[in-house]
Design a protein around this ligand. Structure first.
Ligand code: COA
Ligand code: MG
Length: 292
C-alpha cells in the first residue's frame, strides 16, 4: 500500500472547515477532537465529526478519514471513539501516547467496538503521537516488539513535549529544533522503521512559509519519513509533491530493480560503475512503492 503523504488536521468542531475537506487534495484528513477543540465544544465536535464520517461512507471517500481522539488518561478517549466508530474511520490518531501499552489498550477498545458495530475486525488503523509526554520517548524502542497489528506508523510532536518539560521554546538559537526535539524526532524515525511501519513527520507551524515547508519536507523524506501532518490546506500540495518521488528518482529506482532482476540470486550488482547491494534494492523498491 502506498504511504499517506499528507494528513490534514481539521478542527472537529468547525463546520466551515469540514465542508472543505474533500477539496483539499490531502491523502488523509484528521478530524481533531483534541487540542484544536476547546473543552466546552468537545460534545459538539464529536457530533460534527460523526456526521462528517457518515456523509462520506467508505467507498465514497476522496481521501482517508482519520480522527484524533483525546488522550488515554483524559477520561474522554473511550466516549470519543464510541461517538464516531459507526462512521468507519480509516484510522485513529492517539495523542500523548505514553508507550505501546496505550496503543494496545486502544486497539482492544477498537476490537470490541468493531464487533458491536459489525465492522471488519482490525480495519481501523492507529497512528500514535509518541513524543508528547516526558516519559514517552523512553518507550519508543518497544513498539517494534509490541505486536501492534493496527499500527499504521509512528509520529511525533514538539509542542506538547515542550509544555511537559516546562520549556519556553522548542527551538534553538538557529531557529531549528532544539537538541531535545531533534533527538526524539530521530528516535521516532528509527522506532517506526524498526517496527516496519511509516514514519510521519510532525506539523510545520508557520503555514504561510511554503518554501520553508518544502525544504523541510524534502529533508524529512530523504531521512526516511514518508509523509507529514498539515494544519492548513495551503500546505497540502507542497507536502504531496515533496513526498512523491521525482521522475528521475523513479527511473533510477526502476533501473536498480531491473539490475537485480537480471542477476537472479546475486546480492550485489554493478550499475553505472557503482556497487549496489541489498539496501539499495530495498530503497529502490520503496521509491517505486511511493510513486504513482
Ligand atoms: N482545513 C480546512 N479548511 C481550512 C483549514 C483546515 N485545516 N485551515 C484553514 N482553512 C480554510 C479557512 O476556513 C479559510 O476559508 P475561507 O477562505 O472560506 O474563509 C481558508 O482556508 C483560508 O484560511 P486562513 O485565513 O488562511 O487561515 P485561518 O486564519 O482561517 O486559520 C488556522 C488558521 C491555523 C486556525 C487553521 O488553519 C486551522 O484551524 N488549522 C488546523 C488546526 C488544528 O486542527 N490543529 C490541531 C493539530 S496541531
Ligand atoms: Mg497537542
Amino acid at each position: 500500500m502506498k504511504p499517506i503523504r499528507s494528513f490534514l488536521f481539521i478542527p472537529g468542531d468547525s463546520e466551515k472547515k469540514i465542508a472543505k475537506a474533500d477539496a483539499t487534495g490531502a491523502d488523509a484528513i484528521i478530524f481533531d477532537l483534541e487540542d484544536a477543540v476547546a473543552m466546552d465544544n468537545k460534545a459538539a465536535a464529536r457530533k460534527l465529526t460523526a456526521a462528517a464520517l457518515a456523509d462520506r461512507p467508505p467507498g465514497k471517500r476522496v481521501c482517508q478519514l482519520w480522527v484524533r481522539i483525546n488522550p488515554m488518561d483524559s477520561g474522554m478517549a473511550k466516549d470519543d471513539l464510541a461517538a464516531i466508530i459507526a462512521g468507519q474511520p480509516d484510522g485513529i490518531m492517539l495523542p500523548k501516547a505514553n508507550s505501546p501499552a496505550d496503543v494496545a489498550t486502544l486497539s482492544q477498545w477498537l476490537d470490541a467496538m468493531e464487533m458491536e458495530s459489525e465492522l471488519d475486525t482490525g480495519s481501523v488503523k492507529i497512528l500514535p503521537l509518541t513524543t508528547e509526554t516526558a516519559i514517552a520517548p523512553f518507550y519508543l524502542g518497544e513498539y517494534a516488539s509490541a505486536g501492534l497489528t493496527r499500527l499504521y506508523g509512528l509520529t511525533w510532536g514538539a509542542e506538547d513535549l515542550a509544555a511537559a518539560l516546562g520549556a519556553s521554546t522548542n527551538l534553538g538559537a538557529d531557529g531549528t529544533w532544539a537538541f531535545t526535539y531533534k533527538m526524539v524526532r530521530s528516535m521516532c524515525l528509527m522506532a517506526a522503521h524498526a517496527s516496519g511501519v511509516e514514519a510521519v513527520e510532525t506539523v510545520y507551524v508557520d503555514f504561510r512559509d511554503s518554501e520553508g515547508l518544502r525544504t523541510a519536507c524534502l529533508a524529512a523524506r530523504s531521512e526516511g519519513f514518508s509523509g507529514r501532518m498539515a494544519i492548513h490546506p495551503a500546505q497540502v500540495p507542497v507536502i504531496n509533491e515533496a513526498f512523491t518521488p521525482s521522475e528521475k528518482e523513479v527511473a533510477h529506482a526502476a533501473r536498480v530493480v531491473a539490475a537485480f532482476a537480471d542477476n537472479p540470486g546475486s546480492g550485489v550488482v554493478g550499475l553505472d560503475g557503482k556497487m549496489l547491494d541489498v539496501p539499495h534494492l530495498k530503497a529502490a523498491q520503496r521509491v517505486l512503492a511511493q510513486a504513482e
